[in-house]
Design a protein around this ligand. Sequence first.
Ligand code: SAM
Ligand code: SF4
Length: 366
Amino acid sequence: MPSRPEFQLDQAGVKAWLLEQDPVVLRRLWSAADAVRAAHVGDEVHLRGLIEVTSHCRRHCLYCGLRAPSEGLDRYRMNADEMLDSAREASRLGYGSVVLQGGEDPGLTGALIAEVIRAIRRDTRLAITLSLGERSEEDLLAWRKAGADRYLLRFETSDTDLYRRIHPSLPGIPSDRFAQLARMRDMGYEIGTGVMVGIPGQTWDTLASDILRFRAFDMDMIGVGPFLPSPRTPLGGPDAAAFLAPPDHQVPPDELTTLKAVALTRLVCPEANIPSTTALATLDPRQGRELALLRGANVVMPNVTPLRYRVRYEIYPGKACASETAAACQNGLEGRIHALGRRIAKGPGGRNKTQCKDLTACDFHH
Ligand code: SAM
Ligand code: SF4
């Protein structure tokens, strides 16, 4: 079991772990994260069906292929029946919840999403997570009232200057995702957030601060995945060079750094639900999903979007599971989860608020 000083998870401690390269030393980080995961959220892996409801977006995020200025995208918007059918598919496959995710799309009105939430509530026992960008107070309240349980909104980076540059505000509406998350928590949502690892301009200090922000905000769900450059975006082309931090400071968008960030996130937020992200599975199709599950993650989000739409939801190229049916995706996944000695959870899988079961494993973060 690791001794206390090496798990002093303050800014310097987290940064030192992020910079660690020795595989023998890193084994201690992996086993600590896995022990904390087992003690606090157990061996069950929660499956959340991901429904990519729209590829329209009014924003200009410099990292995302769905940004409004992206040309040549065959954009789509699912209708209410299609969304409900996808949710029913998730329910048939035994998932405990669905995530309705998409671009920030005014074409998906508050009323339409509220209607879909009510229909999913009526027809299934699924918990409902929304991830539809920065929406009005009125929409967020209406959706909560209609029965939405959770909201995912990554703060992307805790460096406010970098955030402003890579996530431009809409005219006259300054974007403050921390404030939005706080408001949503007050409305009764469980809140989820996250960052991309290796976004141009992200330094080791920034990523360490991001991880400590997860703890400061006591986030319920935390998604940490690698930045995958999209050639449709400024950060996926030659313009990215102007954003890069000096070479010694710039975080690389690689698998090892992402896994360290996942493991450290588990150590600072022992009870959070942490997905093994699609972006990591895209970067390493062979074992990215499994490695994250072995290093702190406890959630997988299989894609249940109809195939005809899924390939058109192009945040970045080559997305994992973009061309398999939901059932095929599920079959592969179940086997891989069982092979790790883990079980698939039943039920909605909200945040586990119980105390540590294994005090030895918890010792170093109390
Ligand atoms: N529009 C909503 C929002 O921005 O919160 C939800 C959909 S958005 C595509 C979901 C997440 O995808 C973003 O929060 C961002 O972290 C991630 N993302 C966007 N572009 C990415 C890229 N090039 N590589 C990796 N992740 C990316
Ligand atoms: Fe739109 Fe979200 Fe992509 Fe930004 S990250 S362009 S808000 S879909």
